[in-house]
Design a protein around this ligand. Structure first.
Ligand SMILES: Nc1ncnc2c1ncn2[C@@H]1O[C@H](COP(=O)(O)OP(=O)(O)O)[C@@H](O)[C@H]1O
Ligand SMILES: [Mg+2]
Length: 261
């Protein structure tokens, strides 16, 4: 386990990965996490999609989630008292964080149930945000769509990475997300970038189109038979070989992101 308690990072980055359902958000996030962990980056991965696909893609199990903790707090006054006595960040870290090889994982899980959780949500949000301050890079695999941006689930995003499939419809969705992000960012407009996934022949025209639509194209990921084959049998994406086409492409995208910093 890494000691993140006393090593607040100065150049922290929070990258949120978004896009419509099935475009490859989780695949991209897991591959990026794999590369960053191998590089020795002090990394927090946040699985913010209720089906917890990122958790499995990282080879982990959702043994502890923020949603479960919240239910416990609501149902059990003794837990609530314990919570009130400590810094929210410390409670989230001690009770929910899952330590993996080379990174920490925070699973949001489901956030549903009776009653109004607004106050508690705010507390948890604060806990999560102060937790990200202790990591050099936080990657958030968002649920599809714009809800989490609209609801300000995590506000302190430094870059919103939109994933699109290789279709005009995908690009239009990305342009829409970019527009929402530029209007809803609490700390000013989020920086945004676009990744076109599963892009084969003819991708140049799409890249050109995306540029014309005002998007910053971070890179293109080719169709990768290994990704599909691993998913078919439930093998974690993080175990993909380093020379798999998608891993090579994401490494190039990361190089570009680092140059832009
Ligand atoms: N580059 C790729 N090559 C081949 N299959 C891919 C690629 N990216 C994603 N997939 C497949 O597409 C499906 C959706 O990917 P996923 O990452 O779960 O999308 P999302 O998280 O956006 O819903 C998965 O079955 C995955 O195996
Ligand atoms: Mg997903």
């Amino acid at each position: 386990m890494r000691d993140n308690q006393d090593s607040a990072q100065t150049s922290r980055e929070v990258l949120a990965i978004t896009g419509k359902g099935g475009v490859g958000k989780t695949t991209f996030t897991a591959i990026l996490a794999k590369i960053l962990a191998a590089d020795g980056v002090n990394l927090l991965a946040v699985d913010a999609d209720p089906p917890v696909s990122l958790t499995y893609a990282l080879g982990a199990q959702p043994t502890k989630t923020v949603g479960d903790m919240r239910s416990r707090l609501i149902e059990d006054p003794a837990e609530k008292r314990k919570f009130n006595e400590r810094h929210t960040r410390d409670v989230v870290r001690d009770e929910v964080l899952i330590e993996l090889d080379g990174m920490s994982l925070l699973v949001l899980g489901r956030a549903e149930g009776p009653g109004c959780y607004c106050g508690l949500n705010q507390l948890l949000k604060f806990g999560i945000e102060s937790l990200t301050e202790q990591y050099e890079i936080t990657l958030i695999d968002c649920e599809a769509g714009i809800e989490q941006i609209n609801r300000h689930v995590i506000d302190s995003i430094s870059k919103l990475i939109m994933i699109s499939d290789a279709t005009m419809k995908g690009l239009q969705t990305a342009a829409y997300l970019k527009d929402i992000a530029s209007k809803h960012g609490v700390m000013g407009p989020y920086e945004t970038g676009l990744v076109i996934n599963r892009a084969g022949e003819g991708v140049e025209a799409l890249v050109q189109k995306a540029c014309e639509m005002g998007m910053d194209v971070l890179g293109v990921i080719p169709p990768d038979e290994n990704v599909a084959a691993y998913d078919r049998v439930g093998r974690p994406t993080i175990e993909l070989p380093d020379d798999s086409p998608s891993v090579v492409a994401v490494r190039e995208i990361l190089k570009g992101l680092r140059r832009a910093r």
